[in-house]
Ligand binder design. Structure first.
Ligand SMILES: [Zn+2]
Ligand SMILES: [Zn+2]
Ligand SMILES: [Zn+2]
Length: 305
């Protein structure tokens, strides 16, 4: 009974709107893999109906004191996500984010930048934080290069293990991760507030290929938003995992099975493929994951930093 009451209290605290207080917080703006949902060409039950509330993986960062806010990844759903962020903090819907942090050059993570160009917003110097190879990719390939030449965006180069201070209260560090780096390197982020830290890794090939220790990283942070693309290999049908490598959720849960319940409580799977049974709260897989003490990130959830 005590555990149930604690769980209810936890969910209440989590879903309470932080828009009226002073601490910075994260706002989940999307939880899907790059292809979104409904997924192009999918004839399965997962995409039988159009659910407009589902968006591609992205997180907002809001600092009420400096009144600055940031986006992590510019997803193809950026237009509605940006509006959702402004509505949540009661700002005019046209207010620009003070910066966009990109993870890598796969379609779900940067193509939202297209809306900043002349064909749509024609923005002025929106700050876009990138790693060096990603920066060169944007500068030297159209249509992105036009965003740079017309000063719609201003690219700011990051280095790994360098904390970027965004305000008195918040700083951000890029963390390299192994991924299919065809056009850019890939990073995750550590986002640090006055009291809490979050780790955001929407895409990674395998935890074993990473030069950092996942368990040690989880112990260092308060929230970990991790790649939950596939629940298990059954979702791949005839595609080979070697073509689209990800740690399956069951693999990650197994790797973290020895963690205490407090540590497991920090885990939020994000970047779910349209086929992922965790998108359905009535699935056996969802119940299994919750029973083990992990969570699935959901749109509009807020996390105090
Ligand atoms: Zn992705
Ligand atoms: Zn589908
Ligand atoms: Zn990717």
């Amino acid at each position: 009974m005590k555990r149930i009451l604690l769980a209810i209290l936890f969910l209440f605290v989590l879903n309470t709107s932080y828009a009226q207080q002073e601490k910075p917080y994260l706002l989940v703006l999307g939880t899907l893999q790059d292809g979104g949902s409904p997924h192009i060409g999918c004839t399965k039950s997962c995409c039988a109906t159009i659910d407009s509330i589902k968006k591609v993986s992205s997180i907002g960062l809001i600092d009420p004191i400096s009144k600055k806010n940031f986006l992590f990844d510019a997803s193809p759903d950026m237009v509605s996500q940006w509006r959702m962020l402004n509505e949540t903090i009661h700002q005019p819907i046209h207010k620009m984010p003070d910066g966009i942090f990109l993870t890598h050059a796969h379609i779900g993570h940067y193509t939202g930048l297209m809306y900043l160009g002349r064909e749509a917003l024609g923005s002025k110097n929106v700050q876009v934080f990138t790693m060096p190879r990603m920066k060169t990719f944007l500068e030297t390939n159209g249509p992105w290069s036009q965003l740079v030449s017309l000063n719609n965006i201003q690219l700011l180069e990051m280095r790994e293990r360098e904390f970027i201070k965004l305000s008195e209260q918040i700083s951000v560090e890029a963390v390299r991760v192994p991924h299919r780096d065809e056009f850019s390197e890939t990073v995750g982020y550590i986002i640090k507030g006055p009291q809490k830290k979050a780790l955001f890794i929407p895409d990674i090939d395998k935890w074993e290929k990473w030069d950092r220790d996942l368990i040690a990283m989880i112990k260092e942070v308060d929230y970990a938003f991790l790649d939950g693309t596939f629940y298990d290999t059954k979702e791949l049908n005839n595609r080979k995992m070697s073509e689209v490598p990800h740690p399956c959720v069951i693999e990650t849960m197994e790797k973290l099975s020895t963690l205490s319940s407090t540590e497991k409580n920090k885990l939020w799977f994000i970047h779910l493929n349209h086929t992922n049974p965790l998108l359905n709260k009535n699935s056996e897989q969802y119940r299994n994951l919750m029973g083990k003490g992990f969570h699935v990130a959901e749109m509009k959830m807020q996390f105090l930093l």
